[in-house]
Design a protein around this ligand. Structure first.
Ligand code: ADP
Ligand code: MG
Length: 335
C-alpha cells in the first residue's frame, strides 16, 4: 500500500487538508494544531461572530461537488459578515464526514481555501467527526466600534436597495434537481454556478457603513427576509415587484412569473438588502459601480408595520401566499 492509499487518520487528515488554509495573517498568533487558536483583535474594534451549518440533503443536494460544498459553507458565513459591514478575518470549521475520502477532501478543501484566500480569511481551527455529512463554519471578523450595520437602523423614507440579481440560485437549484429544464445550456450553467458558488458581497457591505441605515443578507428569499428587516426597524416596507432585478440567464430559462417567484421565495442568493436614505443613494450607486455590482431600488421603508407588494402600481397579493418553508424551491429549511 502506498502512502496515498493508506487510510488517513484524523491527525493526517487535518494536517493534509486543513492546515494553512486561506490567508497567512499576522494577527494569527496560533492557528490549527493546539487546543484553541489565539487571535489578535485590532484596537477599537468590535468582534463580529457568526456560524452557519449546511447539511447534505437539506442545504445542498446529496452528491454535490465537494468544491462547491467547501465554497458555500464559507460563503454563507461571509455573507452574514457582509450584512454587518464587518471585515472577515478568521474561520473555524466543524466537519462531520460519513467516511474519509481523500479525493473528496481535496476538492472540499480547495473550495474552502480559494474563497478564504480571496477574502483574506485564515482557517484557524476546527473539529472533525464521523457522521452524516454536515459542515459548520464559524466566521470571526471585526468592525470599527459603533459602525456595524444592523437590521434595526432603517428610517421611514429610506429606499430599499438590493445588490446583484435575485432568483438565480433558486433556478440553479431547480436545474440541478431537474425539477426545471431548459434548452439553453449556457444560461443553465450560469444559474447553477450562482447556486453552487455564491459571491458574498463583503466589500460592498463594508463600504455601506455610514451610508446604509440597515442591512441584511438574503438567504431565505426577499419575501421571507424583508419582513425581518422591516420589523427590526419598527417600520413597514413596500416593494414594487416589477423592479426586482432579474438576470438575463434567469429570463432565458423561464417566464416572468416563475422568475419573480424564484426571486421572491427561493432563497440562497446571498445578495444584500439595504435601507439607504435618499441623500446617500448616489454614493451607494457609485460604490456599486466601482465594484462592478448591480444595485437596484425595489421599494422603500414607510411608517407603520408589515410589508406591502405592488405590481405595476396595483396592490398585489403578498407573494408566496401559502408559502411553506418546508415545500419551497430552496433546500434550506428554516426551523
Ligand atoms: P482537541 O481534541 O483538543 O479539540 P483536535 O484533535 O480535535 O483537538 O484538533 C487538533 C487541532 O486541529 C486543533 O487545533 C483543531 O482546531 C484543529 N482541527 C481539527 N479539525 C479541524 C478541521 N476540520 N479544520 C481545521 N482545523 C481543525
Ligand atoms: Mg484539546
Amino acid at each position: 500500500m502506498t502512502q496515498e492509499d493508506a487510510p488517513l487518520g484524523e491527525f493526517d487528515l487535518i494536517r493534509r487538508f486543513f492546515t494553512d488554509i486561506g490567508a497567512a495573517r499576522s494577527d494569527v498568533e496560533l492557528g490549527v494544531g493546539d487546543d484553541a487558536a489565539l487571535l489578535r483583535m485590532p484596537s477599537g474594534a468590535d468582534l463580529v461572530a457568526a456560524v452557519d451549518t449546511i447539511v447534505a440533503g437539506r442545504h445542498f443536494p446529496d452528491g454535490s461537488d465537494p468544491r462547491s460544498i467547501g465554497h458555500r459553507a464559507l460563503a454563507v458565513n461571509l455573507s452574514d459578515l457582509a450584512a454587518m459591514g464587518a471585515t472577515p478575518a478568521w474561520a473555524t470549521l466543524a466537519l462531520t464526514l460519513p467516511s474519509v475520502d481523500a479525493g473528496w477532501l481535496e476538492r472540499f478543501s480547495r473550495g474552502l481555501s480559494d474563497l478564504a484566500g480571496a477574502h483574506r480569511v485564515a482557517l484557524v481551527g476546527g473539529d472533525t467527526t464521523a457522521g452524516h455529512l454536515t459542515v459548520s463554519v464559524q466566521i470571526l471578523g471585526h468592525v470599527e466600534r459603533g459602525t456595524a450595520l444592523r437590521r434595526s437602523g432603517g428610517c421611514a423614507g429610506d429606499l430599499l436597495l438590493v445588490t446583484g440579481t435575485l432568483g438565480d440560485a433558486g433556478a440553479g437549484l431547480a436545474l440541478v434537481r431537474a425539477s426545471h429544464t431548459t434548452g439553453d445550456a449556457a444560461a443553465a450553467a450560469a444559474l447553477i454556478q450562482r447556486f453552487e458558488y455564491p459571491s458574498p458581497r463583503v466589500e460592498f457591505g463594508i463600504a455601506m457603513r455610514g451610508i446604509a441605515t440597515a442591512a441584511m443578507d438574503l438567504s431565505d428569499g426577499l419575501a421571507g427576509d424583508l419582513p425581518k428587516l422591516a420589523s427590526a426597524s419598527g417600520l413597514a416596507a413596500h416593494v414594487d415587484i416589477e423592479r426586482l432585478p432579474l438576470s438575463a440567464a434567469l429570463s432565458a430559462v423561464t417566464d416572468l412569473q416563475q422568475a419573480r417567484d424564484w426571486a421572491l421565495g427561493a432563497g440562497d442568493d446571498y445578495e444584500l438588502l439595504l435601507a439607504v436614505p435618499p441623500r446617500n443613494c448616489e454614493k451607494a450607486v457609485s460604490i456599486a459601480a466601482r465594484l462592478n455590482l448591480r444595485l437596484s431600488a425595489i421599494g422603500e421603508l414607510r411608517p407603520g408595520g408589515g410589508v406591502t407588494w405592488a405590481l405595476n402600481g396595483r396592490e398585489s397579493a403578498p407573494p408566496g401566499q401559502g408559502f411553506d418553508h418546508f415545500r419551497r424551491a430552496s433546500t434550506q429549511i428554516t426551523v
